[in-house]
Design a protein around this ligand. Sequence first.
Ligand SMILES: Cc1cc2nc3c(=O)[nH]c(=O)nc-3n(C[C@H](O)[C@H](O)[C@H](O)COP(=O)(O)O)c2cc1C
Length: 295
Amino acid sequence: MNIAELKIDEAKCVHCGMCVKDCIVHCLELNEESKIPQFVKGKEYNCIKCQHCLAVCPTGALSIWGKNPDDSADIGSINSEELLSLIKSRRSIRHYKPENLDSERMNKLKDMLKYAPTGVNFHKLHFAFVDDIEVMDHIRNHVNTKLVDVLANPVVKKTHPHIASLRGAIADGHDVVFRGAPHMVIVSVPADAHCKKEDPLIALSYFDLYAQSMGVGTLWCGFAYYCFKMFPELSEYIEVPEGYRVAYAMLFGIPDVKYTRSAQPEEYNITSVKGQIKDLSLWQAIKRLYFNVFR
Ligand SMILES: Cc1cc2nc3c(=O)[nH]c(=O)nc-3n(C[C@H](O)[C@H](O)[C@H](O)COP(=O)(O)O)c2cc1C
């Protein structure tokens, strides 16, 4: 279905025009006579499937792309203090119980991902879940065995002695990369995504907080990400789709550590913007458009 299909329950529509007002690409209008929402002629192709029209309709009269408003999640009330407390208390977890997460929490985590925003509502991320500890062990063993050899390489030792120095620990059986985690989620992004860098990280940020809110520990894993870049057989193993590339990895599982208080991070340098903008030439802006934005 490439053209948006719009259906209005005329008995429910109260002609408030909220769907028209909230349409980001201005593809809706109220019919002049009936005041029922309809596509502006030819603009149905502009729809980015954000479903704001469906979500904003006060009476649930609007269905688009075959979505029934009755199937939408309820908008619950959110306790901002609890959310802040979660943000303050979440920790990077590097000690895990060597067991699989229950399927209820695993499924909730997977299902949540589709709610994370993507630029221009592109919504084409791919998530590979290592949801069985035996599969995770298979990856762990493969990576650690290869890393022991890679880090013994004289060039690596000379140019990156700090990284090469991890070899001993890995050879001694310390899981420096995967921290004994039973699970991992790897997010991949297609080359033509509008926000290639941002979308995957936003999705994992949501995952991070939601997981920790359910007592599931997480670890952003730069190390694992580098291993995916280094060992292409891993991308093949997790079946990264054609035209996609691995964007990041997060470890998770039941924590085997409990924190009793928050950390006390240093303050950021936060400023308030004021004063007049010093203008630059239009040519400068166009140059930057091509070199900084379009590139
Ligand atoms: C993008 C990113 C990559 C990270 N990569 C790793 C990693 O490879 N291994 C690791 O042990 N910790 C990793 N961390 C965890 C950080 O070291 C951790 O966030 C930091 O020490 C602060 O601890 P906290 O998350 O408990 O507040 C990473 C964190 C981020 C945000």
